[in-house]
Design a protein around this ligand. Sequence first.
Ligand code: GDP
Ligand code: IMO
Ligand code: MG
Length: 432
Amino acid sequence: MANVVIIGTQWGDEGKGKIVDLLTQYADNIVRFQGGNNAGHTLVVDGKQFIFHLIPSGILYENKKCFIGNGVVLDPGVLIDEMEELRESGLPVTPERLMLSANAHLIMPYHRVQDGCSEAALKKGKKIGTTGRGIGPCYGDKVLRCGIKLGDLLDDGLFRDKLKENIDEKNYLFTKKFGADPVSFDEIYAGAQKHLEILAPYIGNVSVELDKARKSGQHILFEGAQGTQLDIDHGTYPFVTSSNTVAGNACIGSGFGPAHIDAVIGILKAYTTRVGEGPFPSELFDATGDELQKKGGEFGATTGRKRRCGWLDTVVANDAVRLNGVTGFAITKLDVLSGQKTLKIGTSYEEGGERLTAMPGNIRRAERVKPVYEEMPGWSEEIRHAKCVDDLPAKARAYVKRIEELTETPAMILSVGPGREETMLLKNPFEK
Ligand code: GDP
Ligand code: IMO
Ligand code: MG
């Protein structure tokens, strides 16, 4: 029995979906525990691409059970669309294969409106560049104790009362502050009834089910979304998402005890990308950045925006090792670096005459830091065919080894292409 958490170590889009899909063969249960449909997790199986925003990336295996935990913010319309797409691909989702926590908070239509209005009202330089999915406003209401939980839909009186109170408040905000149109109670209520009709059989107590699974010796895989530098507490605040993205939240966001976690796999892209606004010390503004963007196909899987690209930064990687207790890395997209004559790795920062080895908490300092780089020779060979470490050019092996040294963390998985089979599993985290 082993329970494994997967998290992003950078600013998201490290390839979590692919690695979750790969490791699902060793797990019985796959759990999303935070974030919502701001996530876009890509899987390529037998040449066919799937992008999941809400449903755990383990869903392609028919005999595994997927869970959406209490820590997720759930947009029911998006979930139903995703279920429908899977059905059309010949993979119908049933309550035997997917359970939704009754305690997950619902992203309501007014959260999306609020996300859009708030972003539009921010001045240049202050915009977050959110995905516009209503994530921040939904988590905001949760913390303000006025949010609506999925399970509330099952109690019509409770749901009506909460919806009415929320809509009164939101419409005041929309019309008086933002000069926007009010939203309609009747429309939102009717929409929610349609969603309930479909989703009711899926609602349950995820914590209880995971406890049963653990006690019966099953393996559980927790699928993080976003990345460590987007964490609401530990990231480059305020240019972050509105949830804790670090491994500790796997427990809180699913109702699972921390003593039962056996391994934390940090997904580390072999270079760095960021989508949206905010500090990015090793960002490249030159032809090399454009090359990585093109070769890596770096477009957001949720919003289609171009991702900003830069060198690998082990200050960021070391922050992730510390904040998540990373026991091993999955290093992805190594193939994208093929053809670079010289590779740079940011190993510390300089700011105000000081040398820093962690991202500063002060956002203005985080914007000013300059990375200190070391250089390594790159390799020219394409490496997507590599099946074992010995198939890699010596310079690629040296790059991986240097990452291990700088982070004092072993590479357990190497990924050299988007496909499930384009992966080297050096150590299986489910084997103790
Ligand atoms: P996630 O949000 O962390 O799941 O990552 P995304 O799916 O948003 O972005 C990762 C992108 O890289 C997807 O298009 C994947 O198919 C792709 N990908 C994953 N691993 C590799 C790899 O090793 N090499 C290449 N070339 N592409 C990869
Ligand atoms: P996955 O799981 C990359 C970014 C947005 C924005 C900030 C806040 O695919 O790695 P939000 O809509 O969450 O309020 O936006 O966070 N962001 C992501 N960036 N990958 C993601 O998810 C992201 N989810 C949110 O671009 O900068
Ligand atoms: Mg993504």
